[in-house]
Design a protein around this ligand. Sequence first.
Ligand code: GLU
Length: 338
Amino acid sequence: MDIDVDGVAQQVSTGRLPGWDRVEALVREAHQTYSSATAGAVADYIPVLAAADPELFGLCVAEVDGGLHQVGDAEVTFSIQSISKAFVYALVCETFGHEEVLERVGVNNTGLAFNSVMAVELNGGHPRNPMVNAGAIATTAMMPGATPAEQWQQIRDGLSRFAGHPLELDEEVYRSEAATNLRNRAIGRLLQSYGRIAVDPLEVVDTYTRQCSLRVSARDLAVMGATLADGGVNPLTGERVVSAQVCTDTLAVLASTGMYENSGEWLFEIGLPAKSGVSGGIVAIAPGKGALGTFSPRLDAAGNSVRGQRAAAHLSRTLGLNVFASTARSPERQEQDR
Ligand code: GLU
Protein backbone atom coordinates (compact mmCIF):
# COMPACT_ATOMS: atom_id res chain seq x y z
CA MET A 1 0.00 0.00 0.00
CA ASP A 2 1.28 3.50 -0.78
CA ILE A 3 0.81 6.22 1.82
CA ASP A 4 1.88 9.78 1.42
CA VAL A 5 3.80 11.38 4.29
CA ASP A 6 5.20 14.88 3.79
CA GLY A 7 4.84 14.45 0.04
CA VAL A 8 6.97 11.29 -0.01
CA ALA A 9 5.22 8.11 -1.20
CA GLN A 10 6.00 5.29 1.23
CA GLN A 11 5.59 1.59 0.77
CA VAL A 12 3.92 -0.19 3.70
CA SER A 13 4.02 -3.96 3.99
CA THR A 14 2.39 -5.80 6.88
CA GLY A 15 0.91 -9.18 5.84
CA ARG A 16 -2.33 -10.86 6.90
CA LEU A 17 -3.71 -13.03 9.68
CA PRO A 18 -4.45 -16.69 8.90
CA GLY A 19 -8.06 -17.51 7.94
CA TRP A 20 -11.04 -17.04 10.30
CA ASP A 21 -11.32 -20.62 11.58
CA ARG A 22 -7.61 -20.87 12.31
CA VAL A 23 -7.59 -17.62 14.32
CA GLU A 24 -10.70 -18.75 16.19
CA ALA A 25 -9.11 -22.10 17.07
CA LEU A 26 -5.82 -20.55 18.18
CA VAL A 27 -7.49 -17.96 20.45
CA ARG A 28 -9.44 -20.80 22.13
CA GLU A 29 -6.30 -22.88 22.43
CA ALA A 30 -4.38 -20.00 24.08
CA HIS A 31 -7.21 -19.45 26.56
CA GLN A 32 -7.43 -23.10 27.46
CA THR A 33 -3.67 -23.54 27.75
CA TYR A 34 -3.10 -20.67 30.18
CA SER A 35 -6.33 -20.58 32.18
CA SER A 36 -4.72 -22.80 34.83
CA ALA A 37 -1.68 -20.50 35.35
CA THR A 38 -1.79 -19.11 38.89
CA ALA A 39 1.56 -17.31 39.15
CA GLY A 40 1.63 -13.62 40.08
CA ALA A 41 -0.49 -11.44 42.35
CA VAL A 42 -3.34 -8.96 41.97
CA ALA A 43 -2.24 -5.28 42.33
CA ASP A 44 -3.16 -3.75 45.67
CA TYR A 45 -1.47 -0.33 45.82
CA ILE A 46 -4.76 1.15 44.62
CA PRO A 47 -6.97 -0.34 47.38
CA VAL A 48 -10.01 -1.26 45.29
CA LEU A 49 -7.93 -3.23 42.74
CA ALA A 50 -7.12 -5.78 45.46
CA ALA A 51 -10.73 -6.95 45.33
CA ALA A 52 -10.46 -8.14 41.68
CA ASP A 53 -11.28 -11.80 41.02
CA PRO A 54 -7.87 -13.31 40.20
CA GLU A 55 -9.45 -16.09 38.12
CA LEU A 56 -10.95 -13.79 35.47
CA PHE A 57 -9.38 -14.44 32.07
CA GLY A 58 -10.57 -12.97 28.79
CA LEU A 59 -8.99 -12.84 25.34
CA CYS A 60 -10.08 -11.12 22.16
CA VAL A 61 -8.41 -10.75 18.77
CA ALA A 62 -9.87 -7.94 16.64
CA GLU A 63 -9.08 -8.09 12.95
CA VAL A 64 -8.71 -4.85 10.99
CA ASP A 65 -11.83 -5.78 8.98
CA GLY A 66 -13.87 -5.82 12.20
CA GLY A 67 -13.87 -9.59 12.77
CA LEU A 68 -13.74 -10.42 16.51
CA HIS A 69 -12.54 -13.67 18.08
CA GLN A 70 -13.28 -13.68 21.79
CA VAL A 71 -13.15 -16.28 24.52
CA GLY A 72 -13.64 -16.41 28.31
CA ASP A 73 -14.21 -13.17 30.24
CA ALA A 74 -13.63 -10.97 27.19
CA GLU A 75 -16.60 -8.71 27.99
CA VAL A 76 -15.95 -8.29 31.72
CA THR A 77 -15.02 -4.65 32.34
CA PHE A 78 -12.15 -3.33 34.46
CA SER A 79 -10.38 0.03 34.81
CA ILE A 80 -8.09 0.70 31.86
CA GLN A 81 -5.31 2.16 34.07
CA SER A 82 -2.00 2.71 32.26
CA ILE A 83 -3.31 1.47 28.93
CA SER A 84 -5.12 4.82 28.70
CA LYS A 85 -1.68 6.43 28.33
CA ALA A 86 -1.23 4.97 24.85
CA PHE A 87 -4.51 6.38 23.54
CA VAL A 88 -4.28 9.78 25.22
CA TYR A 89 -0.78 10.03 23.73
CA ALA A 90 -2.23 9.31 20.27
CA LEU A 91 -4.88 12.02 20.74
CA VAL A 92 -2.24 14.54 21.81
CA CYS A 93 0.01 13.59 18.86
CA GLU A 94 -2.96 14.14 16.58
CA THR A 95 -3.30 17.70 17.90
CA PHE A 96 0.34 18.75 18.29
CA GLY A 97 2.25 16.57 15.81
CA HIS A 98 5.39 14.48 15.94
CA GLU A 99 8.05 17.12 16.68
CA GLU A 100 6.36 19.01 19.48
CA VAL A 101 5.28 15.92 21.40
CA LEU A 102 8.74 14.42 20.98
CA GLU A 103 10.29 17.55 22.48
CA ARG A 104 7.81 17.86 25.35
CA VAL A 105 7.40 14.25 26.44
CA GLY A 106 10.29 12.16 24.99
CA VAL A 107 10.31 8.57 23.74
CA ASN A 108 13.11 6.74 25.58
CA ASN A 109 12.68 4.05 28.21
CA THR A 110 13.57 5.03 31.79
CA GLY A 111 14.57 1.52 32.94
CA LEU A 112 12.88 2.57 36.21
CA ALA A 113 9.47 1.96 37.77
CA PHE A 114 6.46 3.56 36.04
CA ASN A 115 5.91 5.96 38.95
CA SER A 116 9.56 6.84 39.52
CA VAL A 117 10.33 10.33 40.78
CA MET A 118 14.04 9.71 40.28
CA ALA A 119 13.51 9.27 36.53
CA VAL A 120 12.29 12.88 36.38
CA GLU A 121 15.19 14.17 38.50
CA LEU A 122 17.81 12.27 36.51
CA ASN A 123 16.54 13.85 33.31
CA GLY A 124 16.50 17.48 34.46
CA GLY A 125 12.73 17.55 34.90
CA HIS A 126 12.07 16.37 31.35
CA PRO A 127 9.71 13.36 31.27
CA ARG A 128 11.41 10.45 29.50
CA ASN A 129 8.37 8.98 27.75
CA PRO A 130 4.55 9.11 27.76
CA MET A 131 4.05 5.59 29.19
CA VAL A 132 5.51 6.33 32.64
CA ASN A 133 3.46 8.46 35.01
CA ALA A 134 5.51 11.66 34.66
CA GLY A 135 5.25 11.60 30.88
CA ALA A 136 1.61 10.56 30.99
CA ILE A 137 0.71 13.41 33.35
CA ALA A 138 2.58 15.85 31.06
CA THR A 139 0.69 14.36 28.08
CA THR A 140 -2.70 14.70 29.80
CA ALA A 141 -1.84 18.35 30.51
CA MET A 142 -1.47 18.86 26.74
CA MET A 143 -4.99 17.64 25.90
CA PRO A 144 -7.05 20.31 24.13
CA GLY A 145 -9.67 22.02 26.30
CA ALA A 146 -9.97 25.35 28.12
CA THR A 147 -10.74 23.75 31.51
CA PRO A 148 -9.93 20.41 33.20
CA ALA A 149 -13.58 19.43 32.65
CA GLU A 150 -13.25 20.07 28.92
CA GLN A 151 -9.98 18.13 28.76
CA TRP A 152 -11.60 15.20 30.57
CA GLN A 153 -14.50 15.31 28.12
CA GLN A 154 -12.07 15.23 25.18
CA ILE A 155 -10.21 12.26 26.68
CA ARG A 156 -13.37 10.33 27.38
CA ASP A 157 -14.77 11.04 23.90
CA GLY A 158 -11.45 10.21 22.23
CA LEU A 159 -10.96 6.89 24.02
CA SER A 160 -14.62 6.05 23.34
CA ARG A 161 -14.02 6.62 19.61
CA PHE A 162 -11.09 4.19 19.78
CA ALA A 163 -13.37 1.62 21.49
CA GLY A 164 -16.35 2.29 19.21
CA HIS A 165 -18.83 3.00 22.04
CA PRO A 166 -19.09 5.36 25.06
CA LEU A 167 -16.75 4.33 27.88
CA GLU A 168 -17.94 4.77 31.46
CA LEU A 169 -16.00 6.07 34.45
CA ASP A 170 -15.62 3.53 37.27
CA GLU A 171 -16.47 5.83 40.19
CA GLU A 172 -15.26 3.40 42.82
CA VAL A 173 -11.82 2.99 41.21
CA TYR A 174 -11.58 6.73 40.64
CA ARG A 175 -12.38 7.51 44.29
CA SER A 176 -10.00 4.83 45.57
CA GLU A 177 -7.09 6.08 43.47
CA ALA A 178 -7.87 9.77 44.03
CA ALA A 179 -7.69 9.18 47.79
CA THR A 180 -4.30 7.45 47.63
CA ASN A 181 -2.39 8.94 44.65
CA LEU A 182 0.03 11.05 46.70
CA ARG A 183 2.94 9.93 44.60
CA ASN A 184 1.33 11.04 41.34
CA ARG A 185 0.49 14.37 42.92
CA ALA A 186 4.15 14.68 43.91
CA ILE A 187 5.18 13.94 40.30
CA GLY A 188 2.75 16.63 39.11
CA ARG A 189 4.26 19.18 41.52
CA LEU A 190 7.78 18.16 40.49
CA LEU A 191 6.95 18.70 36.80
CA GLN A 192 5.48 22.08 37.74
CA SER A 193 8.69 23.00 39.61
CA TYR A 194 10.64 22.34 36.40
CA GLY A 195 8.23 24.48 34.38
CA ARG A 196 6.94 21.44 32.49
CA ILE A 197 3.26 21.94 33.36
CA ALA A 198 1.75 25.37 32.90
CA VAL A 199 -1.64 24.59 34.49
CA ASP A 200 -2.58 23.41 38.01
CA PRO A 201 -0.75 20.06 38.36
CA LEU A 202 -3.24 18.68 40.88
CA GLU A 203 -6.07 19.23 38.42
CA VAL A 204 -4.04 17.48 35.73
CA VAL A 205 -3.39 14.53 38.05
CA ASP A 206 -7.12 14.40 38.78
CA THR A 207 -7.89 14.20 35.03
CA TYR A 208 -5.17 11.56 34.66
CA THR A 209 -6.74 9.55 37.51
CA ARG A 210 -10.11 9.73 35.76
CA GLN A 211 -8.66 8.55 32.44
CA CYS A 212 -7.13 5.56 34.27
CA SER A 213 -10.56 4.77 35.76
CA LEU A 214 -12.43 4.38 32.46
CA ARG A 215 -13.97 0.92 32.19
CA VAL A 216 -12.99 -1.32 29.28
CA SER A 217 -13.11 -5.04 28.44
CA ALA A 218 -10.53 -7.21 26.66
CA ARG A 219 -12.79 -6.85 23.63
CA ASP A 220 -12.64 -3.05 23.87
CA LEU A 221 -8.84 -3.20 24.13
CA ALA A 222 -8.66 -5.38 21.02
CA VAL A 223 -10.82 -2.91 19.06
CA MET A 224 -8.83 0.08 20.34
CA GLY A 225 -5.60 -1.67 19.36
CA ALA A 226 -6.97 -2.67 15.95
CA THR A 227 -7.69 1.02 15.33
CA LEU A 228 -3.97 1.69 15.79
CA ALA A 229 -3.22 -1.34 13.57
CA ASP A 230 -5.39 0.00 10.73
CA GLY A 231 -3.94 3.47 10.35
CA GLY A 232 -6.33 5.09 12.84
CA VAL A 233 -9.68 3.82 11.50
CA ASN A 234 -11.92 2.02 14.00
CA PRO A 235 -12.70 -1.42 12.51
CA LEU A 236 -16.24 -1.50 13.93
CA THR A 237 -17.48 2.04 13.33
CA GLY A 238 -15.32 2.92 10.30
CA GLU A 239 -14.56 6.28 11.95
CA ARG A 240 -11.09 7.77 11.55
CA VAL A 241 -9.91 8.51 15.09
CA VAL A 242 -6.29 9.57 14.41
CA SER A 243 -3.99 9.72 11.38
CA ALA A 244 -1.81 6.84 10.16
CA GLN A 245 1.31 8.79 11.12
CA VAL A 246 0.05 9.12 14.70
CA CYS A 247 -0.47 5.34 14.82
CA THR A 248 3.09 4.76 13.64
CA ASP A 249 4.44 7.15 16.30
CA THR A 250 2.34 5.61 19.05
CA LEU A 251 3.30 2.04 18.13
CA ALA A 252 7.00 2.94 18.14
CA VAL A 253 6.68 4.38 21.65
CA LEU A 254 4.76 1.30 22.83
CA ALA A 255 7.45 -1.01 21.45
CA SER A 256 10.16 0.64 23.54
CA THR A 257 8.18 1.55 26.68
CA GLY A 258 4.77 -0.15 26.83
CA MET A 259 5.51 -3.06 29.17
CA TYR A 260 7.17 -1.25 32.09
CA GLU A 261 10.75 -2.29 32.85
CA ASN A 262 10.23 -5.52 30.89
CA SER A 263 9.61 -3.76 27.58
CA GLY A 264 12.85 -5.13 26.10
CA GLU A 265 12.14 -8.68 27.23
CA TRP A 266 8.58 -8.48 25.93
CA LEU A 267 9.82 -7.30 22.54
CA PHE A 268 12.45 -10.04 22.53
CA GLU A 269 9.91 -12.78 23.30
CA ILE A 270 6.74 -11.49 21.64
CA GLY A 271 7.85 -8.88 19.13
CA LEU A 272 4.81 -6.58 19.19
CA PRO A 273 4.12 -3.03 20.34
CA ALA A 274 1.94 -3.35 23.45
CA LYS A 275 0.74 -1.65 26.61
CA SER A 276 -0.29 -3.13 29.90
CA GLY A 277 -1.96 -1.78 33.02
CA VAL A 278 -2.01 -2.69 36.71
CA SER A 279 -5.61 -3.89 36.67
CA GLY A 280 -4.51 -6.79 34.44
CA GLY A 281 -5.18 -5.68 30.87
CA ILE A 282 -2.80 -5.87 27.91
CA VAL A 283 -3.26 -4.62 24.36
CA ALA A 284 -0.79 -5.90 21.74
CA ILE A 285 -0.92 -4.53 18.21
CA ALA A 286 0.01 -6.27 14.96
CA PRO A 287 0.24 -3.43 12.40
CA GLY A 288 -1.97 -3.99 9.37
CA LYS A 289 -3.45 -7.18 10.86
CA GLY A 290 -5.28 -6.45 14.10
CA ALA A 291 -4.79 -6.49 17.84
CA LEU A 292 -5.03 -8.73 20.88
CA GLY A 293 -6.76 -7.61 24.08
CA THR A 294 -6.24 -9.68 27.22
CA PHE A 295 -7.52 -9.43 30.78
CA SER A 296 -6.33 -11.39 33.80
CA PRO A 297 -5.58 -9.61 37.09
CA ARG A 298 -2.57 -11.57 38.41
CA LEU A 299 0.61 -9.60 37.65
CA ASP A 300 4.32 -10.38 37.62
CA ALA A 301 6.85 -8.25 39.51
CA ALA A 302 7.04 -5.69 36.68
CA GLY A 303 3.23 -5.22 36.71
CA ASN A 304 2.33 -7.22 33.59
CA SER A 305 -0.50 -9.78 33.60
CA VAL A 306 0.95 -13.30 33.75
CA ARG A 307 -1.75 -15.11 31.80
CA GLY A 308 -2.01 -12.21 29.36
CA GLN A 309 1.69 -12.34 28.56
CA ARG A 310 1.64 -16.10 28.09
CA ALA A 311 -1.39 -15.97 25.82
CA ALA A 312 0.22 -13.15 23.83
CA ALA A 313 3.44 -15.12 23.41
CA HIS A 314 1.46 -18.15 22.24
CA LEU A 315 -0.62 -16.14 19.77
CA SER A 316 2.31 -14.12 18.50
CA ARG A 317 4.03 -17.36 17.51
CA THR A 318 1.03 -19.27 16.21
CA LEU A 319 -0.64 -16.37 14.38
CA GLY A 320 2.69 -15.15 12.99
CA LEU A 321 2.53 -11.70 14.58
CA ASN A 322 6.14 -11.00 15.59
CA VAL A 323 7.15 -7.88 13.65
CA PHE A 324 10.81 -8.96 13.75
CA ALA A 325 10.18 -12.46 12.37
CA SER A 326 12.70 -13.41 9.71
CA THR A 327 12.70 -16.61 7.70
CA ALA A 328 14.64 -17.92 4.72
CA ARG A 329 12.92 -17.63 1.35
CA SER A 330 11.10 -20.77 0.23
CA PRO A 331 12.81 -22.83 -2.51
CA GLU A 332 10.03 -21.66 -4.90
CA ARG A 333 10.68 -18.03 -4.10
CA GLN A 334 14.43 -18.53 -4.47
CA GLU A 335 13.73 -20.04 -7.88
CA GLN A 336 11.55 -17.05 -8.86
CA ASP A 337 14.17 -14.58 -7.63
CA ARG A 338 16.91 -16.13 -9.76
N1 GLU B 1 -3.46 4.86 37.64
C1 GLU B 1 -2.30 4.09 37.89
C2 GLU B 1 -1.21 4.95 38.51
O1 GLU B 1 -0.97 6.03 38.08
C3 GLU B 1 -1.84 3.44 36.62
C4 GLU B 1 -0.75 2.48 36.86
C5 GLU B 1 -0.54 1.47 35.77
O2 GLU B 1 -1.48 0.88 35.26
O3 GLU B 1 0.65 1.28 35.45
O4 GLU B 1 -0.56 4.57 39.45
